[in-house]
Write a protein that binds this ligand. Structure first.
Ligand code: SAH
Ligand code: SF4
Ligand code: F3S
Length: 443
């Protein structure tokens, strides 16, 4: 038996990458690797990259510069690049960065142990194929957990082709995993102590998996998970407004374990811009949809993504975005300055001047943070259920999440990670709530 080898993983980008990093760690675990928090002393450094905006992709090259210096003193260290930059510009990474030994695309992670063995012989390797086999069938069973919450990827890729977005190119066409496989993975997670599962997909509500005879939509999958003993909470992200099917909206009303928080990106509140983005819905469509979901689940909180400075965006278009935000009232939202991505249709169009985009971003972010604070403050005095995840900074304190995804700090020395408890919210801080346990004398 050789000594365990150390694996350092850095994850950029979305939750799907977080999930993939866990699966890659499990896969390399079979090849004798254990996770380490440091690049120094690692036998393998794996960068799981994001290509969504220019800055995200550039981060890879600056990190590789630093790693190159460390590798100079550790010649046996292997460097691997995975994720969406690997998929989009694998060949260029190999040319530009000789420090990289392996480039592996998101569909080839099950081949990691074989690729690792190959680079150990001194070769360099590039695998950015979309292989015919399903990587999920060839990855080892879930093992590295010990947490109350987990991600579970159910769908990958995107067929929507929003004019700004690289995902359809980096992650390929929409593919859904079979429901039996997902339920088996969920069962394994629950057996390891997981109480909350967040179903992931680039377009998760477009999920349509076949069990061999019938097609399952996301709502059916959620209902099956809600029937699973030991699993207390279900969430899903990220969704496209055009795929919010009636059954899924109904599930928000009648599945108690489906949490009342939904991330539903709209990108813009202006119809001409939505059209130019190829979103295939109007601002009014979105507002009507929100009304229907809120009718099913009145206490639902919403979040969204916005892009400002999309090519052609005028002051009036931006004002329409602000108006939509005012109308909906979001509990949280991400907003980004448009970043032209090579190969996407919008990349060819003239950009909005940088100072204009900067100012719009600031204005939108100020409005969103006011709404975010208001939603959080409205929790004070309420009784919520908290799923505890880990100890807090203060002695005896535990931190968890409410149904509405707010972080809640509670003095609770006898509570353990994975416990669900009723909590009265006493205070709203900058980015979290403080609460006290209800019906617990010992704390
Ligand atoms: N599939 C999801 C998430 C896509 S990426 C969805 O459709 O909502 C996450 C967010 O990044 C997007 O919602 C969008 O707001 C932002 N984004 C994508 N491409 C971008 C670009 N070229 N410039 C700026 N933001 C972008
Ligand atoms: Fe990108 Fe649009 Fe697909 Fe989302 S729906 S991943 S923004 S192309
Ligand atoms: Fe980034 Fe790829 Fe996710 S581009 S946002 S890591 S799908």
């Amino acid at each position: 038996m050789t000594a365990p080898r150390k694996l350092f993983i850095k994850t950029y980008g979305c939750q799907m990458n977080v999930y993939d990093s866990e699966r890659m760690a499990e896969s390399l675990g079979g090849a004798g690797y254990t996770l380490s928090d440091h690049v120094e002393g690692a036998d393998m450094v794996l960068l799981n990259t994001c290509h969504i905006r220019e800055k995200a992709a550039e981060k890879l090259y600056s990190d590789l510069g630093r790693i190159k210096k460390i590798k100079a003193d550790h010649p046996n260290m292997k460097v691997a690049v995975a994720g969406c930059v690997a998929q989009a510009e694998g060949g260029e990474i190999m040319r530009r960065a000789p420090v990289v030994d392996l480039v592996v695309g998101p569909q080839s992670y099950h081949r990691l142990p074989a690729l690792e063995a190959e680079i150990r012989t001194g070769k360099r390797a590039l695998d950015t194929e979309f292989p015919p086999e399903d990587k999920f069938d060839h990855l080892p069973k879930r093992s590295t957990l010990g947490r109350a919450t987990a991600f579970l990827t159910v769908q990958e890729g995107c067929d929507k082709f929003c004019a700004f977005c690289v995902v359809p190119y980096t992650r390929g066409a929409e593919v859904s995993r079979a429901p039996q496989r997902i339920l088996a993975e969920a069962t394994a997670l629950v057996e390891k102590g997981v109480r909350e599962i967040t179903l992931l997909g680039q377009n998760v509500n477009g999920y349509h998996g076949s069990d061999g005879s019938k097609d399952w939509g996301l709502a059916q999958l959620i209902r099956a998970l809600c029937d699973m003993k030991g699993l207390e909470r279900v969430r899903y992200t990220t969704s496209h407004p055009n795929d919010m099917e009636d059954d899924l909206i109904r599930a928000h009303g009648d599945c108690e374990k489906l949490m009342p928080y939904l991330h539903l990106p709209v990108q813009s509140g202006s119809d001409p811009i939505l059209k130019a983005m190829n979103r295939k819905h109007t601002a009014q469509d979105y507002l009507r949809l929100i009304e229907r979901i809120r009718a099913a689940r009145p206490d639902l909180l919403l979040s969204s993504d916005f892009i400002v400075g999309f090519p052609g965006e005028t002051d009036a278009d931006f004002a329409a975005t602000l108006a939509l935000v005012e109308t909906v009232g979001f509990a949280s939202a991400y907003s980004f300055k448009y970043s032209a991505r090579p190969g996407t249709p919008a990349a060819e169009r003239p950009n909005v001047p940088k100072d204009v985009s900067d100012e719009r971003l600031q204005t939108l972010q100020q409005l969103i943070s006011r709404q975010q604070k208001a939603a959080q403050d409205s929790m004070v005095g309420r009784e919520l259920t908290v799923l505890f995840e880990k100890p807090g900074r203060e002695p005896g304190q535990m931190v968890g999440k409410s149904e509405y995804l707010h972080a809640v700090h509670v003095p609770a020395p006898n509570v353990r990670a994975g416990d669900l408890r009723r909590v009265r919210i006493v205070k709203s801080m900058q980015n979290s709530l403080t609460g006290a346990l209800i019906d617990d004398k010992t704390g």
